[in-house]
Structure formats: structure tokens, C-alpha cells
Write a protein that binds this ligand. Structure first.
Ligand code: G16
Length: 548
């Protein structure tokens, strides 16, 4: 079947800008919003094709640039079980987005449809949502043209969080089956989470109020609805909720700000009291960072690694108490950004794997465990219960009251934790459950292990694509010779570790460094940053002055 003529007609309305090269990266396409119109249209077409290929299963499309600044936007596809798009389609997405003219696009599309053996007569179904970015509405209009071009049945989920969109995709595709994931509505999501949370804390004291920094993004209205569903069971104070103030999104607030600057968002100064727990979401509410101030008002960050340590220990304990330790093996997945102290702490207790950055890599690795706990240091992560483990939890007959209680908790955790992707609000409730069960304050949680001082630096280079890595991104293989120079530098620092990789969401190269003291970690990061800058022919007049 040939490509329907409507595709060319609509494609003419969304010309590709000249001299821009797009790439389906770590989390889909992501760049400055003003150049994305053609990409959104083409992603609409691709989503419809993906659905046709999968016999009309519903495919998700999320329009967001998550932690990026407000002027950026992006789009990513979600596969039928709520997981990230199959990586084998990422390359096709890149090729289609870069076809220069309508004719080139139709040609590429035709080649792809033939090669992938897509039956165009099959139905296509999609569900799509967007975050609060001002560019979202017009980009969604371009996306909708892509759906119309192939006659896809499209459901608009409106302004929502990335994890809710993932939830909806799985809920729609499992509706009425034995694997039903929940009602396919936002309301269904809130009911599922809040019911599980209330069950898990039923016998615990109501926690002290938690401050949530909503990053001035979509987390604000969604958290407000969660508050209604939780009622008195969880006092939440929402901050940074200005979703219509221009320039406010992710600006000096949010999970990425907290992680990279290792500081309290200035807007929370005087709001967060010593000893009180606070947390930050990012622009689409899929990342979570916790923090607290000690009695001297010193800021302490509890990042994705600390969340992994807290949660993994709790899950292991429940599995053991339930008497399931021989059947249910728990494992952890991290990336090279995981603090060395967290990896040490976790690997002394559990199997730990290191994979490249990007939820898709962590998610797939976590699926190999019966219960897989995965968190990136930046606060993105979740806990996966394998289908076999879910059956075990359903059928297992406990023999003591203690076993029975632990089993019930595991069942409720499986309901509370978003099984499709990292979800800041679901993760926040998970953390609160563990803190309530362990009667931990932020300080006690923080004391599980002591972080090695670390620093993350961004370097702007002419072409980040020349950076290629191996060994889960811990070694550079290109540009040639640079890794050797980094190794020489690292050797001079006590407890030093550093690696360099190109970002898949921003036009920068990221440098991570760790050392035994704060000053040394900073120095190492800035020295490696300088090395990268000089090696890549950076302009001496624009060389950042902190690059020693
Ligand atoms: C996305 C991905 C994360 C990744 C982050 C940064 O997060 O989902 O897995 O850690 O980008 O990636 P990079 O270092 O390649 O820029 P988000 O929250 O921005 O969607």
C-alpha cells in the first residue's frame, strides 16, 4: 500500500528548517522549541506507524523537555507497556526527522514502511500529553497533523506529567485483560497511588509536613490533585507552583538545579525549617531529589543514589520477612554517575549493575531481576516487579502473621510504584512509606553512607558527537588520546574518579568527578573540563574561567 497522499499534503505545512540536524537522543528529540515543528509532525506520523506495526496497540507521545530550560522542548514515544520506544526505532526516527524536503520525507517513509513490513491498512491508536511549556500547544498541533495524515485514532491526555502519560499507555493497552494496570484515566492513577499509600502507612503515625518544590512545572497542578486524594494521610506543602510565569520553569529550582548546584533552591530559603524534609521535582515530574537542613541550617542532599539505598534495603527486608528470599532476588541498577560510596554500600548487600545513562538502559537491566531497583543519581528511577514475581506475590501462602504483613506490604508497593518509568510523585510516596516504617528522619536516612564529594560540570564544545564512550560510558574512545590525559589527571587525586560523556538531552559534554575532599572534587572536575575544552579547540576567549 502506498503512503497516503494526505501525508505529503500535511508535510508541506511543516517544513524542516535548513541547517538543523535532529537526533533521537537519551529521551527522544530535545532542542530549542522554535525549530521543532517539523519534528513533531513527523513524530506524529511515526507514532501512527508504530501503532500499525503493533496491530493497533496504543502508542504514547509526550511533548516535554523535562529538566531543560523553558525555551527548549522535545518529544518522545512510549511503547505499549508504557516503556520507552524500542531502541531499534530510534535510528528511523532520526532519519525521518532529517529528511530535508517533503519528497525526501515521503521517500524515506516509503523505504521504512517497506523494510519494516508495516501494513498501512492496520488501525493506529495514540495517546499524547504535554508539559506546561508555552511552546507546547503549537507543537501539539503539529503532532496532531501527523496523526491526521495517517488517520490515527488519537486521545489527548492534555497537560500532564510524563509518568502519568506512561501510566495511561499501559492502562489503555491492558484494559479488560488479566494484566489490567488500572483505570485508564488520571483519576485512576491517583486512586491507585493513594489507596496503596494509605494501606502502607495505615499503622504508622502521620508524618510531619513535606515541602515539594514543583519546579514551576506540571508537577504543581498534578501534585495539587494528589494532595486531594491523600487527604490527612500525608501533609504536603507545594512550592514553586507558578506555571504561567514566563521563564520560571526549572529556573533556580527543581531536581536538576538541586543536583547540579547541590544547594537549596533560593525560593525555599526561610520556608524549609531545620530538620524538615523537602523534595524537588523536575519540569515533567519524573525526577525526584530529597533534601533537609541540619540544626546548623546546613543543606544536605538525598539524591537518586540515596533513594536507591533506602528503598532497596526496605524491599530486601520485606522479602526476607515474608519468607520469600529464596524465590525473589532483588538487584540494583545504577549508572556511572552513581556516587562511589553508594555503589560500595549497595554492592556489599546486593547485586549491582552499571549501565549507560538513560532510563531505557536502566529499565531493561532492572527487568533481569525479580525485583529490580534502578535509580540514576539525578533522581530518575523506579522499582520493577517482574511478572513472575507478581504471580509469586499473588499466590504465596504466608505461614506466620509477620510473613503475612510483609507480603501485604510487598503487594501494596507493587501498586504504589509506577512500573512503567521513574515517577517523582510515586517515588516520593515510596520514600515517605519507608521513612515512616523505619521511623527515619532525613538525617538518619542520610547516615546510611557518606557521599564522596563530587562535581558535575557542563562543557560547551563545537561538536559533542565526536565524543564516543564505552564501558557504560566510563571510558572515552573518541576523541583519541583524551581518555589517557584524563587518566593522568585522575591519578593525581586521592580517591579520584572522573569520566566524560556527551549529553543526549542538551548540546553539551558532561564531566563528572569525585575525590576524597570537596575542594579536590571541584578541582578535578574543572581541570577535566578545561582539558575537554582545550582538546576540542574551544575558543580561548570564551574558555570558562573556572576551568583551571
Ligand atoms: C533524561 C533521561 C535520563 C537522563 C537525563 C540526562 O531525563 O530520561 O535518563 O539521565 O535525561 O541525560 P543526558 O545526560 O544524556 O543529558 P529527563 O528528566 O531530562 O527526561
Amino acid at each position: 500500500m502506498p503512503i497516503p497522499p494526505a501525508v505529503a499534503k500535511f508535510a508541506d505545512l511543516h517544513p524542516k528548517p535548513a541547517h538543523v540536524r535532529f537526533q533521537y537522543g537519551t529521551a527522544g528529540f530535545r532542542t530549542v522549541a522554535s525549530v521543532l515543528d517539523s519534528v513533531l509532525f513527523r513524530v506524529g506520523v511515526l507514532a501512527a506507524l508504530r501503532s500499525k506495526k503493533l496491530d493497533g496497540k496504543t502508542i504514547g507521545v509526550m511533548v516535554t523537555a523535562s529538566h531543560n530550560p523553558e525555551q527548549d522542548n522535545g518529544v518522545k514515544l512510549v511503547d505499549p507497556r508504557g516503556e520507552m520506544l524500542d531502541t531499534s526505532w530510534e535510528g528511523h526516527a532520526t532519519v525521518l526527522s532529517n529528511a530535508q524536503t517533503t519528497d525526501d520525507f515521503i521517500n524515506e517513509l516509503d523505504k521504512f514502511v517497506q523494510a519494516a513490513k508495516i501494513d498501512l491498512s492496520k488501525p493506529a491508536r495514540v495517546v499524547y500529553g504535554r508539559d506546561t511549556r508555552p511552546s507546547g500547544a503549537s507543537l501539539v498541533a503539529a503532532l496532531e497533523d501527523g496523526f491526521k495524515a495517517l488517520g490515527a485514532e488519537a486521545r489527548d491526555a492534555g497537560v500532564t506529567t510524563t509518568p502519568i502519560l506512561h501510566y495511561l499507555v499501559r492502562a489503555i493497552n491492558t484494559k479488560g485483560t488479566k494484566d489490567s494496570y488500572g483505570d485508564d484515566s488520571e483519576e485512576g492513577y491517583f486512586l491507585k497511588l493513594s489507596a496503596a499509600y494509605k494501606k502502607l502507612v495505615a499503622t504508622r503515625q502521620t508524618p510531619s509536613p513535606l515541602i515539594i518544590d514543583c519546579a514551576n512545572g506540571v508537577g504543581a497542578p498534578i501534585a495539587a490533585r494528589l494532595v486531594e486524594h491523600l487527604g490527612d494521610s500525608m501533609p504536603l506543602i507545594l512550592e514553586n507552583t507558578s506555571i504561567t510565569t514566563p521563564g520560571a520553569l526549572n529556573n533556580a529550582c527543581g531536581a536538576d538545579y538541586v543536583k547540579t548546584s547541590q544547594k537549596l533552591p533560593p525560593s525555599l530559603d526561610g520556608r524549609l525549617q531545620p530538620g524538615q524534609r523537602g523534595c524537588s521535582l523536575d519540569g515533567d515530574a519524573d525526577r525526584l531529589m530529597y533534601f533537609y537542613l541540619d540544626e546548623r541550617s546546613q543543606f544536605h542532599m538525598l539524591d537518586g543514589d540515596k533513594i536507591a539505598a533506602l528503598v532497596a534495603a526496605f524491599v530486601v527486608e520485606l522479602v526476607k520477612t515474608a519468607g520469600l528470599q529464596s524465590q525473589v532476588k532483588v538487584g540494583v541498577v545504577q549508572t556511572a554517575y552513581a556516587n562511589g560510596a553508594s555503589t560500595k554500600y549497595l554492592s556489599e548487600r546486593l547485586p549491582v549493575r552499571c549501565v549507560p545513562t538513560g532510563v531505557k538502559h536502566l529499565h531493561h537491566a532492572a527487568e533481569h531481576y525479580n525485583i529490580g531497583v534502578y535509580f540514576e543519581a539525578n533522581g530518575h528511577g523506579t522499582v520493577l516487579f517482574s511478572p513472575a514475581t507478581q504471580e509469586t506475590l499473588r499466590d504465596y501462602q504466608p505461614s506466620t502473621p509477620a510473613q503475612s504483613t510483609a507480603l501485604e506490604h510487598l503487594r501494596s508497593l507493587n501498586q504504589l510504584i509506577n512500573q512503567t518509568v521513574g515517577d517523582a510523585l510515586s517515588d516520593m510516596l515510596l520514600v515517605e512509606v519507608v521513612l515512616a516504617h523505619k521511623a527515619y528522619s532525613g538525617l538518619e536516612w542520610d547516615s546510611l553512607y557518606v557521599d564522596l564529594p563530587n562535581r558535575l560540570v557542563k562543557v560547551v564544545v563545537a561538536d559533542r558527537n565526536q565524543f564516543k564512550t564505552e564501558d557504560a560510558e566510563r571510558q572515552l574512545i573518541s576523541p583519541p588520546g583524551l581518555q589517557q590525559k584524563i587518566n593522568e589527571l585522575v591519578r593525581r587525586y586521592d580517591g579520584g574518579r572522573s569520566f566524560v560523556r556527551p549529553s543526549g538531552t542538551e548540546d553539551v559534554v558532561r564531566v563528572y568527578a569525585e575525590a576524597s575532599s570537596r575542594a579536590q572534587a571541584d578541582e578535578l572536575a574543572f581541570r577535566v573540563g578545561g582539558l575537554v575544552y582545550d582538546f576540542c579547540g574551544g575558543n580561548p576567549t570564551t574558555r570558562p574561567k573556572e576551568f583551571i
